[in-house]
Design a protein around this ligand. Structure first.
Ligand SMILES: [Zn+2]
Length: 344
C-alpha cells in the first residue's frame, strides 16, 4: 500500500512516499481505508526523533485520520465494513487502574497513534475499535479528520482542567495553531470572553470570525499584557491563560492572570525551561495546570458537538499525500490557520 514513512530520523527530506506492507488487524481492531489525514506538530518531532525513541523502521507517521472501514476483527461489535469513521489518536492499555477509571490519558502506556505505532498517512491504517466513532452522513470526511487531536486537547484543557466558566476572561496565545483555533471556538461556546494574540492581520480577522472578542498583535505591540490589563479587563487581569508556547511566553502568562487565576499548559513549542518568581504564584494564589490529550469520554463529548455543528473544524489547506513534505514544511513555518490536511 502507499504510505508516507521514514527510514531514518532527520530533516523533513527524510520523509518518503512509497510502498509498505498493509497492516494486519488483531481481533479487537478495525482496518480503515484512509480518505483524509491531518498534520500535527508531533509529526515533525517524530521525523526528527528524540533520545529514547526507538522505532522499528520503516515507520508510517500520522495521528489524525478518517476513512471507510475495510475489515473488522473477530471480536469487533460496534462497526461493520463500509462504515465511515474518524479516530481518537490516544492509545492506552485499557486494563490499568487509570484506564478502568476513565482516565486513559494518565495510563503508563498512553501513546499517540503514529508515535510508536504506524499512523494514518497511508492507504490503510488500523486502530482498536474503541478508538473509532462513526461520522454522520452530513459531515464531510475531511472536516472529520481535521477535528480529533486538536479539539479533544482543547476540550479537556478548557473544561476538565481549567473549568472555564461563562463570562470569564480567557487569553489564548497564538491564534493560528490547530489547538488554539479549536480553543477559541470552545471558549466562546462555553460563554467566556476570548482574547487571543497573533502576528498578522489575516489571522487576526480569522480569529475574530471564530469568536474571539479581542485580538492583540504581539509583534507590533510587545507590551500587549499591559494593554489587556488596563484596556480590556479594567485592571483585573484574566481568569484563564492557555500557554502552549512555553519558554518565550511563560512570564507574560503569569503577569496576565488575575489573583486566583489559572494557567493551563498543554505544550511548550519554544522550549521547556523557564524562570519564574515564585512570589507571583503564592501572592496571587495562582493555579498552574498541565493538560495532555483527553480521555475517551472527553473525545466523545467534543466530537458530538462537532457532529451537531456547534463547533466547526477549520481547514487551512488540503494537499495530496505525495506533497506531504510541502505540507509539513508549511506546518513547521507556522503559516497556517487551522488544520493542514492530506488527501490520501
Ligand atoms: Zn492503562
Amino acid at each position: 500500500m502507499k504510505a508516507a514513512f521514514i527510514e531514518e530520523h532527520g530533516t523533513l527530506d527524510r520523509l518518503k512516499v512509497g510502498n509498505v506492507e498493509e497492516p494486519i488487524i488483531k481481533s479487537n481492531e478495525i482496518l480503515i481505508n484512509a480518505k483524509y489525514g491531518a498534520l500535527n506538530h508531533i509529526d515533525l518531532f517524530i521525523i526528527k526523533g528524540w533520545p529514547g525513541l526507538n522505532l522499528s523502521l520503516p515507520h508510517v507517521i500520522g495521528s489524525d485520520g478518517s476513512g471507510i472501514i475495510k475489515e473488522v476483527g473477530k471480536e469487533v461489535s460496534l462497526f461493520d465494513e463500509g462504515d465511515r469513521v474518524v479516530i481518537n489518536p490516544g492509545l492506552s492499555c485499557g486494563k490499568c487502574f487509570f484506564c478502568l477509571s476513565g482516565k486513559q490519558n494518565l495510563c503508563k502506556h498512553f501513546s499517540i497513534l503514529g508515535e510508536h505505532k504506524w499512523g494514518t498517512f497511508a492507504e490503510y491504517f488500523k486502530v482498536p475499535e474503541i478508538n473509532a466513532i462513526k461520522v454522520p452522513e452530513k459531515l464531510e470526511l475531511n472536516a472529520a479528520a481535521a477535528a480529533p487531536l486538536t479539539f479533544l486537547t482543547a476540550w479537556r484543557m478548557l473544561t476538565t482542567q481549567a473549568n472555564l466558566k461563562s463570562e470569564e476572561f480567557i487569553f489564548i496565545h497564538g491564534a493560528g495553531g490547530g489547538v488554539s483555533s479549536a480553543a477559541i471556538q470552545i471558549a466562546k461556546f462555553l460563554g467566556a470572553i476570548v482574547i487571543t494574540s497573533t502576528s498578522n492581520k489575516e489571522k487576526m480577522e480569522q480569529a475574530l470570525k471564530l469568536g474571539a472578542e479581542h485580538v492583540v498583535n504581539y509583534v507590533e505591540n510587545p507590551d500587549f499584557d499591559k494593554y489587556i490589563y488596563t484596556k480590556i479587563t479594567d485592571k483585573q487581569g484574566v481568569d484563564v491563560v492557555i500557554d502552549s508556547v512555553g519558554q518565550e511566553t511563560f512570564k507574560t502568562s503569569i503577569r496576565l492572570l488575575k489573583p486566583g487565576g489559572r494557567l493551563v499548559i498543554p505544550g511548550a513549542t519554544t522550549g521547556p525551561i523557564s524562570e519564574i518568581d515564585l512570589r507571583q504564584i503564592f501572592w496571587k494564589q495562582l493555579k498552574i495546570i498541565g493538560s495532555t490529550m483527553s480521555n475517551q469520554k472527553e473525545f466523545r463529548e467534543v466530537m458530538n458537538l462537532i457532529f451537531l455543528g456547534k463547533l466547526k473544524p477549520v481547514i487551512d489547506k488540503i494537499y495530496p499525500l505525495e506533497k506531504i513534505c510541502e505540507a509539513e514544511q508549511r506546518l513547521s513555518e507556522h503559516n497556517q490557520f487551522g488544520k493542514i490536511l492530506l488527501k490520501i
